[in-house]
Write a new protein. Structure first.
Length: 244
């Protein structure tokens, strides 16, 4: 439950995002109107990302040389001081201007997590392969864990710091985002979505390796499925919250 905003910690993992990070930070500074800190967790980029961030007084830079999207986010979250954490990519694909929208919804609904769903994006900027992969993963995830999400692979989320501290997360790479949802469903934390827009990458390459990440995400879903306690808890939570 998150009923008030004390401080928002924006956690951004970056790996060679020199052409994207300045615009990201500037937009967040301008549009996120709550008390905030911006934490950039850089994977020891070689394209000048670190040097750009070092010059920005408004950002805290953490170097996380171990590879992995999940590891970078975990490191950032450990250092976050806000009662709300926003995780978002540093590649400029998510709509940073919508951060307030996520927080407002979180407070209004007293939610533990608000995800920005890209499924209502009028620009349809998500590539077809990612779209299909996401749809299949989301369908299986919703079915197995009794949820109604439309975009489980969204990396733009507002999360209760207290809730994230209460769950165990181990996935070091892209499956981290799915593992977090499974743990939240298991603990009965509420997860809701707000529509947001998406944009194509302007600079650099995506680090997502579809095949590798797909396997990791499905094995994460499958592992939870084999754990009878997790499934039972998800079903109980679903029944409890059904008519709220
Ligand atoms: N620190 C760190 N950041 C990473 C790593 N891998 C990806 N990222 C960042 O995580 C975000 C998501 O990665 P991205 O390549 O955009 O994946 P996609 O959105 O799934 O295509 C981007 O801001 C990346 O720069 C990593 O190993 N370390
Ligand atoms: Mg991306």
């Amino acid at each position: 439950m998150t009923s008030k905003v004390e401080m928002v910690s924006v956690v951004i993992p970056t790996l060679n995002e020199a052409g994207n990070i300045l615009e990201a930070v500037t937009t967040i500074q301008k549009h996120l109107t709550y008390p905030k800190e911006i934490i950039i967790v850089d994977g020891d980029s070689t394209d000048g990302t670190k040097e750009i961030v070092k010059k920005l007084d408004c950002c805290k830079l953490i170097i996380e040389p171990r590879r992995g999207y999940g590891l970078a986010l975990m490191t950032g979250m450990k250092n976050a001081k806000g009662n709300i954490i926003i995780m978002v990519d540093g590649d400029g694909t998510y709509e940073f201007k919508h951060m307030n929208r996520l927080i407002e919804k979180m407070i209004e609904k007293d939610a533990d997590m608000v995800l920005a769903t890209r499924m209502y994006d009028p620009n349809k900027a998500m590539g077809i392969m990612n779209f299909i992969g996401n749809k299949v993963i989301t369908f299986v995830f919703d079915f197995v864990y009794s949820q109604f999400l439309s975009d489980t692979q969204s990396g733009f989320r507002a999360i209760s710091h207290e809730a994230i501290d209460n769950v165990k997360l181990k996935e070091g790479d892209m499956a981290f985002a799915t593992e977090m949802l499974i743990q939240f469903a298991r603990e009965g934390y509420s997860m809701i979505e707000v529509p947001s827009t998406y944009k194509a990458r302007k600079y650099g390459k995506p680090k997502l390796r579809r095949f590798k990440s797909g396997i990791e995400i499905f094995s994460t879903i499958f592992r939870g499925f084999l754990d009878a306690k997790t499934i039972r808890k998800c079903q109980e939570n679903w029944k409890k919250n059904r008519f709220k």
